[in-house]
Design a binder for this molecule. Sequence first.
Ligand SMILES: Nc1ncnc2c1ncn2[C@@H]1O[C@H](COP(=O)(O)OP(=O)(O)OP(=O)(O)O)[C@@H](O)[C@H]1O
Ligand SMILES: [Mg+2]
Length: 285
Amino acid sequence: MTTRASGAPELLMVCAFHLKNGTKLAVQCSKRFETMGPVLKIENLCVEYPSQGIGHGTKLALQGLNLEVRQGEIFGFLGPNGAGKTTTMNVLLGFVNPTAGAAYIFGVDVREPIARQRIGYLPELTYYYKFLSAEEILRFYGKIFQIPRSEMETRLDSVLKLVELEEARRRPIRTYSKGMQQRVGLAQALINNPDLLVLDEPTSGLDPIGRMKVRQLIQRLKDEGKTVFFSSHELGEVETVCDRVAILNQGELKAEGRVDDLVRQYQCTSLEQVFLKIIDYRAAA
Ligand SMILES: Nc1ncnc2c1ncn2[C@@H]1O[C@H](COP(=O)(O)OP(=O)(O)OP(=O)(O)O)[C@@H](O)[C@H]1O
Ligand SMILES: [Mg+2]
């Protein structure tokens, strides 16, 4: 099977995907998958991107990734730039087809559109029409998820409060700061009250207070019984918030486990040290 590159803005692809599959979702909207197994299971996942032109070979972005995330966990997905984190998430969201292997969400193969019914997703880069307000964007997503009108207002108020955009809710996005735009993305990821959050660098571009608030939000979601799978380069905050982490390098899983276990196993004093050791980084003398 060939891999489809995710060139178009991912958020718009989410819309297109949900609209295209609207009928199917409508039929199965009330169906909830209860699994005793892991919330997220990735089995021997390989992704090979086609050559980007003459003189360029194909790119093996994921090489046999195996991973399990359990119910209620906060799971940190780490790795240097180009390690394959976004590619993995793109497979989970159906934007990229695996070359080999499979992934399951709540026991359902991610190739089935219904597998994504219970996911909230924050892409690495958010693209919104700048003339729309946060409220308009969220209403649009609410429609895609077929949230009943009677619930919509309460849901809107609650997510806008959660991400602290109540004051700015009717202003066009073009008047928002970068951090505020990131929070619109988070609100959008939460609008369908998902059981699994897939967040690609949720704290990227946020100031220290914004990052702390996202950490608190992630913790709060965990307290509500939700599962959070997120990528980050902020190892200090990952250390404080995650139950388990995985470290990926060049498409291969290099380590996985609880932060304190990894710190002990690699005889380090911090997750950052473990990370640098695993990717075999040596500072220039
Ligand atoms: N659409 C694509 N076509 C070809 N190669 C791609 C494509 N998307 C990603 N890649 C390549 O696949 C590899 C993994 O990229 P990916 O975006 O998954 O990394 P990442 O871990 O998310 O990195 P970052 O931390 O910079 O976000 C990189 O070498 C990247 O250049
Ligand atoms: Mg990425």
